[in-house]
Design a protein around this ligand. Structure first.
Ligand code: TXA
Ligand code: MG
Length: 337
């Protein structure tokens, strides 16, 4: 099967919605990254999503809705705090984990009795959900383990021949996946995966925001985790990634000492001057770094990088999301100078 490339116009958007309603899998644009969408209630369609990605069956899919008011149809209890958070952050890059009901099959929830609910803000995604009449289950549209796709071209590269269509909705705005949270008592949430809705932003609505330790630390084999995605190797290009926390001068010295064929650096915008080694840049501040990170990791593979030294981002604000993705891409290999 050839994968159709659909455009951002009403006929193509309608067609994509029809495909999803008919049990097909479609690559769809969101404001975070591209997703691999299917009818969340259709077990057969959801199985096709897992197969296309090569995703472990115990890693649950996020369920996307056109409006937060639809959450009652797929959950068995909605905390008061979820309503408050939805008022402030929906639509947008926030996923809230809540108890699911029987309309979400176990295949979709990876065998858990909870479901992650998200209301995306991308207008194309919003229209597709609304026109399909479905709750749309969608993981990121990459091959499992590879960096998430931030353009239709990335999705095509990973999924051509495996899914019915991809809708081109332009470059993803945020560039990292949504913030995933669960509820911890009446006024507290736990961040399971950091994203563009930051700890600082959540604190404007919640009394307490707990950062799950697995966000910055490797979880031991067989360890019990709050979110199955924490267990798996993630976001890894083919190149070996090494994260470096140091000054620019120490970074340059380290790269120089280890320089050779296939060695590259990924540095901040503004670092280039006086940096004499092969490199790409990934932004000057945390939002730009989030926007460019996955694109750059894919580019490094395209240019044949084998070993990449990366300047570690700040962990403030959305920087925590960038750091979390990079430390996984690096297999937790960090050099601190
Ligand atoms: O921005 C996003 O969230 C993108 C776009 C397409 O919406 N989707 C995405 O999905 O990143 P995925 O499947 O690549 O990552 C979802 C993460 C996984 O780490 C998964 O383990 C976690 O969310 N997750 C989903 N449902 C969960 C649940 N019920 N309990 C705990 N963690 C859950
Ligand atoms: Mg993913």
């Amino acid at each position: 099967m050839d994968t159709l490339l659909l455009k951002n116009n009403i006929d193509d958007i309608r067609y994509a919605a029809t495909l999803i309603r008919d049990g097909q899998v479609v690559g769809i644009p969101t404001e975070t990254v591209y997703g691999l969408g299917a009818d969340a209630s259709n077990e057969e369609a959801v199985r096709m999503v897992f197969a296309a990605k090569g995703r472990p069956a115990d890693n649950p899919l996020i369920v996307h809705l056109a409006d937060f008011s639809d959450a009652v149809k797929y959950t068995s209890a909605i905390p008061e705090l979820a309503h408050k958070l939805a008022e402030r952050f929906c639509p947008g890059p926030l996923t809230m984990v809540m108890p699911k009901n029987e309309r979400i099959p176990m295949v979709t929830s990876g065998g858990l009795d909870t479901v992650g609910i998200r209301v995306p803000s991308h207008p194309v995604m919003h229209s597709i959900i609304e026109l399909s009449g479905c709750a749309v289950a969608a993981p990121s549209a990459n091959t499992s383990g590879y960096p998430s796709p931030t353009s239709a071209e990335h999705v095509m590269r990973d999924m051509n021949g495996k899914i019915a269509a991809v809708v081109d909705g332009g470059q993803s705005e945020f560039g990292v996946e949504s913030t995933v949270i669960s509820f911890d008592g009446e006024d507290a949430v736990r961040i399971l995966r950091p994203g563009a809705v930051t700890r600082e932003m959540l604190l404007e609505v919640c009394g307490e925001v707990i950062i799950d330790p697995a966000i910055l630390n490797e979880v031991g084999e067989g360890a019990k985790v709050a979110s199955p995605g924490m267990k798996y190797k993630h976001y890894s290009p083919k190149a070996d990634i090494i994260m470096v926390e140091s000054s620019l001068a120490d970074f340059a010295e380290l790269v120089g000492d280890n320089y050779g064929d296939g060695v590259y650096a990924l540095v901040f915008d503004g670092d280039e001057e006086g940096f004499p080694y092969r490199h790409l840049t990934y932004g000057a501040d945390s939002s730009m770094q989030a926007h460019w990170l996955f694109q750059r990791l894919r580019e490094l593979d395209d240019i044949g990088a084998e070993k990449v030294y990366v300047r570690a981002p700040s962990t403030d604000g959305v920087g925590l999301a960038v750091y979390n993705r990079l430390i996984r891409a690096a297999g937790f290999e960090v050099i601190r100078i």
